[in-house]
Design a protein around this ligand. Structure first.
Ligand code: ZN
Length: 84
């Protein structure tokens, strides 16, 4: 649902206005829609450029770390799926 009127902004204005490319490092769970920063940000060498270091700092400050599995689900949803 990309046309929802009710957009909750969980991350900073920096990501919204200044550096939209940072959005590709934001993971969204396909089931519950929770957002978090991609674990790719924590990989060694990512923060070697200043821009990437800022992206990491901004995202990690405003979002939890969110790892998605191959289905695009967060760990919580994956656990629920396994039970059913
Ligand atoms: Zn989820």
């Amino acid at each position: 649902m990309s046309h929802s009127k009710h957009t909750k902004r969980g991350y900073s204005i920096y990501i919204e206005k200044w550096n939209p490319s940072a959005k590709k490092y934001i993971n969204t769970c396909v089931l519950c829609g929770c957002k978090g920063y991609s674990p790719a940000l924590e990989q060694e060498g990512f923060c070697k450029s200043r821009e990437q270091a800022v992206i990491f700092r901004e995202l990690s400050r405003t979002l939890p770390r969110l790892e998605l599995d191959e289905r695009g689900c967060c760990a919580d949803c994956a656990r629920i799926l396994e039970k059913v």
